[in-house]
Design a protein around this ligand. Sequence first.
Ligand SMILES: [Fe+2]
Ligand SMILES: [Fe+2]
Length: 225
Amino acid sequence: MSGAPAPFAAGAEVPSGIAIAPCGNKCRQRQGSTAAPGADMDDLEGRSGLPDALRVLLRDYPRESWESHAHFDGLTRFWLERHLMFRSLHSRLLMASRDLLDRRSDPVAFAPRAARLGGFLIEQLHGHHQIEDLHYFPVLAGAEPRLERGFALLDADHNALDGHLHELTQGLNATLRALHAGTHGAGEAGELEKQLALFGRFLDRHLTDEEELVVPVILHHALRM
Ligand SMILES: [Fe+2]
Ligand SMILES: [Fe+2]
C-alpha cells in the first residue's frame, strides 16, 4: 500500500494552530492500557462477533427484516444512520492518511481536513457513547434481562474505544505537528495510518455487534427510545 516514501518536502507551510483537542476525562479508562489483544473472547479486540448466548433475539429478528418491521421507527433509523456516519468519517480519514502517506495529497490541504474529520469523529463518538451508556443501555437491559451481559459488553467496548480514541488523538496531533515542522512527516503519517486501520476494525466490530444486540430488543419489545 505505502512502500517506503521519502520524507515530505521541507517548507510545506502547514499552520501551527491546527490540532485535535485532547479528550481529557472523556477518555475514562485504558489510557496507557497494556491489555493484550484477544485476552478475552468478549474483548472488543479479541472477539469476532457476539457470543451465541447474546444472539437469541437476533435469530428471530435478522438484519434484513429490520426496516420493514412495524416497530422500526424514525429514532432507530436515525441511530443506525449515526453509525453509518461514524463509518464514513473513519473511512474518509483513513483514505486521507493513505493519500498523505503515499504522497498523493498536499500536506497543507491534509492538515485542516484531517483535523476537521478527526476532531468531529472523536467528539461525536464520545457524545454517542455517553448517551448509550446513560440512557439507552439501562432501558434496553431492563426490557430484556437475558441480554444484560451484552449491554455490559457494549459498555466495556466504549471504555476500550475511549482508549483508542485517546491514542488516535495523539497520533493525529503528532502528524499535524510534523507537517507543521515540514520534516519527517512520513513516519508519523505511517503510524497514523496503522492506528486508523486498527481503530476501524474495532469500531466496525463494536457498531455491528451493538446494532445486532440493540435493534432486535427494540423491535421485540416495541420500545420507543
Ligand atoms: Fe456504542
Ligand atoms: Fe452506537
